[in-house]
Design a binder for this molecule. Structure first.
Ligand code: NAP
Length: 276
C-alpha cells in the first residue's frame, strides 16, 4: 500500500479523507493521494464517468482504497450521493482534497475580453470555484473538528498569464473562497488552504493554449530555474492536511520554484537571450 517514491511515515495515520480530481496517474490529485497514503491515510476517490473509472479504480486499489464515487460537481445528486457514501462507510472524515477545474477550450486562448462568453464564464466559475465551496460545506458536515481542506490554484489568479483568461478569474474566486471558508470553519479548528502550483504536465494543463511555451518560460524565469515537481505539491498538501499545518489557514501557498517571487530574472537563459 505504501508508495516508495514518497516519504513514508505515520503523519496521516488514523485520518480518512476524500480526493476529488484524479483523472489519471499524471493528475496532481494523484501525487497528493500517494503522499497521503504513504503517511498512513485512508482514502476515498471521486471520478467522472465509466472511462475515468477504468483509470481511477486501479490507482485507488494501489493505495488500498475501495471507495469510489461517481461525481460531477455540477450535479447535486452525485454530490449528495458522494457525501452520503462517505457518511455511511466512515461516519466522519478528516480531510478533503479538491483538485478540480474546467473551462471550455474556446475560453482558454487569445483575447480574454473578446473570447469570454457568459456561459463560459459561468461554467468556469461554477466548476472551478463554487465546487470547492459546495464540497467544503458538505465535507464540513461530516468532518471531525481539527480537520483540513486543500484546493489547487495557479498564479493566473494574481497576474495575467497568456491564454489562462477566465480560468484566472475563477482561480481568484477560488482563493477568496478559501479565505471565507477558513473564517467560517476556523472556530471548529478546521483549516482551509490553497496551493498555488507552477505548471505541471496534466490533462488540464494540455487544454491551455501555448502550454509548451509556458513550461519553457517557467523553467527559465523561476528562481530555481526548473519546472514544478508534483512531489513538492504533494509535500505541501501533506503539511497543510496533517497536524504539521496547525494554525495555518486561509493561506495561498506557492509551490512553483519561486516563479511568483521574481520580478526580473537576474541570470540564466532568459537574461542571456537578451543581450545588453
Ligand atoms: P487533471 O488531471 O486533468 O485533473 C482535473 C480534474 O478535474 C479531472 O479529474 C477532471 O475530471 C476534474 N473535473 C473537471 N470537471 C469536473 C466536474 N464537472 N466534476 C468533477 N470533476 C471534474 O489536471 P490537474 O492539472 O491535476 O488539475 C488539478 C487541479 O490543479 C486543477 O484545479 C488545476 O487548475 C490545478 N492546477 C494545475 C496546474 C497544472 O499546471 N497542471 C497548476 C496549478 C493548478 P475529467 O477529466 O473527467 O474532466
Amino acid at each position: 500500500m505504501a508508495d516508495q517514491d514518497f516519504p513514508q511515515g505515520n503523519l496521516m495515520a488514523g485520518k480518512r479523507g476524500l480526493i476529488m480530481g484524479v483523472a489519471n496517474k499524471n493528475s496532481i490529485a494523484w501525487a497528493i493521494a500517494r503522499q497521503l497514503a504513504a503517511q498512513g491515510a485512508e482514502l476515498a476517490f471521486t471520478y467522472q464517468g465509466d472511462a475515468l473509472l477504468r483509470r481511477v479504480k486501479p490507482l485507488a486499489e494501489s493505495v488500498g482504497s475501495d471507495i469510489l464515487c461517481e461525481c460531477d460537481v455540477t450535479n447535486d445528486d452525485t454530490m449528495d450521493a458522494t457525501f452520503a457514501t462517505l457518511k455511511e462507510k466512515w461516519g466522519k472524515i478528516d480531510f478533503l482534497v479538491h483538485a478540480i477545474a474546467f473551462a471550455g477550450k474556446d475560453q482558454l486562448a487569445g483575447s480574454f475580453i473578446d473570447n469570454t462568453t457568459r456561459e463560459g464564464f459561468k461554467s468556469a466559475l461554477d466548476i472551478s470555484a463554487y465546487s470547492f465551496v459546495d464540497a467544503g460545506r458538505r465535507a464540513s458536515e461530516i468532518m471531525n473538528d481539527g480537520g483540513a481542506m486543500v484546493t489547487l490554484t495557479y498564479l493566473g489568479s494574481e497576474r495575467v498569464i497568456p491564454n489562462y483568461n477566465v480560468m484566472g478569474v475563477a482561480k481568484a474566486a477560488l482563493e477568496a473562497s478559501t479565505r471565507y471558508m477558513a473564517a467560517d470553519l476556523g472556530p471548529r479548528q478546521i483549516r482551509v488552504n490553497a496551493i498555488s502550483a507552477g505548471p505541471i504536465k496534466t490533462l488540464a494543463a494540455a487544454g491551455i493554449g501555448s502550454g509548451r511555451h509556458m513550461f519553457r518560460f517557467n523553467k527559465a524565469a523561476s528562481a530555481m530555474q526548473d519546472n514544478t515537481d508534483p512531489m513538492g505539491v504533494a509535500g505541501a498538501a501533506l503539511y497543510l492536511l496533517s497536524d504539521l499545518g496547525l494554525s495555518c489557514t486561509g493561506e495561498t501557498h506557492h509551490v512553483d520554484g519561486g516563479f511568483h517571487a521574481i520580478g526580473m530574472p537576474q541570470e540564466g537563459p532568459l537574461r542571456e537571450s537578451m543581450p545588453d
